[in-house]
Design a protein around this ligand. Structure first.
Ligand SMILES: [Zn+2]
Length: 362
């Protein structure tokens, strides 16, 4: 995508650059919220006298409203707070160079300053496509600085669009002739994400921030699937962690090869290794049921003693049983755990969060 660092303008207020970085982090947190809601990740805050008086994040998709950009939302909240549409003495921080609509609103508000992160070569009008703020017939009030935490802001956008592209590709992936796909209507819970490995769709849950200090890679045993982790998942995400729970190929919502011979321990380990690599998982803790296949990955292990229950998803034909039949022949994995909990409950998750805090990215 066309997001990049923006050259610092000579007129930027260099002495305020420490504060600018700190406020931009607040805007970035809102941008992450937007991403988790499926919106293009852009966030904004309005700051006056050292305090945030307005917050906004992109929401045009969910609200069916093309004006719900992060900046407009933040300006509205700040104006309500001040009881005045003129935001004298205020600075707006936004993670992406503003568009024409938002820049127009900022000029009407007579903001003192606009500070943005990544440049937007397609719709940015603070220097990229054009520069409304430098037009003396329009603007006497608002100074602009770009490029604050530009790499972080751009990385968030790039990650969002690349995930969305691969999700669309996986959605459209035709079913291999030698495999089955359980109809969506058979599942009560909503689907998570998909990616394709060896032409087979692999389904996985992925919740919590992409740059979390800790990622729980939750590995079910046969014949369970990612739903086995529903009790632990909210505890992990409330701790600010990311949770990634795949359905191994042959289980749950993932495609199911009809032949037992496809399922070997080595093949599943390779699939998991590719999965970890393609999602760019870091600071990982493995959470595994007894008998789960583990990826070749140096990561501490949480052993969840409660065994796999037979999945409730009713499969339309016997071909769906190939993977559980094959897995019954695999050797039991006895990698030494760093910590063991009795079950996949919320209480066990809480214990695990406390124990594995030492492995979190500082
Ligand atoms: Zn805008």
């Amino acid at each position: 995508m066309a997001y990049s660092a923006y050259p610092e303008s000579a007129s930027s207020y260099q002495m305020q650059s420490y504060d600018d970085t700190a406020w931009m982090r607040e805007a970035l947190a809102l941008a992450r919220e937007a991403a988790q809601a499926g919106e293009v990740p852009v966030g904004a805050v309005v700051v006056k006298d050292g305090a945030v008086i307005g917050r906004g994040r992109n929401a045009p998709v969910a609200s069916h409203d093309p004006t719900q950009h992060a900046e407009v939302m933040a300006l509205r909240e700040a104006a309500r707070h001040l009881g005045n549409y003129r935001l004298d003495g205020c600075t707006l921080y936004v993670t992406l160079e503003p568009c024409a609509m938002c820049s127009g609103a900022m000029l009407h508000a007579r903001l003192a300053r606009v500070v943005f992160g990544a440049a937007d070569a397609k719709t940015g009008v603070a220097g990229s496509v054009l520069d409304l703020f430098a037009e003396p017939r329009l603007n006497h009030h608002t100074a602009v600085r770009g490029g604050v935490l530009a790499d972080d802001c751009a990385a968030l956008l790039q990650g969002f669009f690349s995930e969305r592209r691969s999700a669309r590709r996986a959605q459209a992936e035709p079913l291999r002739e030698d495999a089955l796909r359980t109809p969506e209507a058979r599942f009560a819970s909503p689907a998570g994400h998909y990616l394709c490995i060896d032409g087979l769709r692999l389904h996985y849950l992925d919740e919590g921030p992409r740059d979390a200090p800790l990622t729980w890679l939750c590995l079910h045993a046969s014949p369970a699937w990612s739903e086995a982790w529903r009790g632990m998942l909210p505890v992990f995400t409330q701790a600010g962690h990311r949770v990634v729970a795949p359905d191994l190929i042959g289980f749950g919502r993932s495609d199911k090869p009809k032949k037992e011979a496809v399922h070997t321990l080595a093949w599943h380990q390779r699939v998991l290794a590719e999965f970890v690599q393609r999602l760019g998982l870091r600071h990982v803790v493995l959470a595994a049921q007894p008998g789960a296949v583990l990826p070749p990955l140096e990561a501490p292990l949480l052993r969840v003693l409660e065994g796999a229950q037979d999945d409730a998803a009713p499969f339309p034909d016997a071909g769906h049983r190939a993977a559980p039949r094959a897995f019954a022949r695999f050797g039991v994995n006895d990698a030494p755990p760093a910590c063991t909990v009795p079950d996949a409950s919320a209480a066990s998750a809480q214990r695990a969060v406390e124990y594995f805090a030492r492995y979190a990215r500082p």
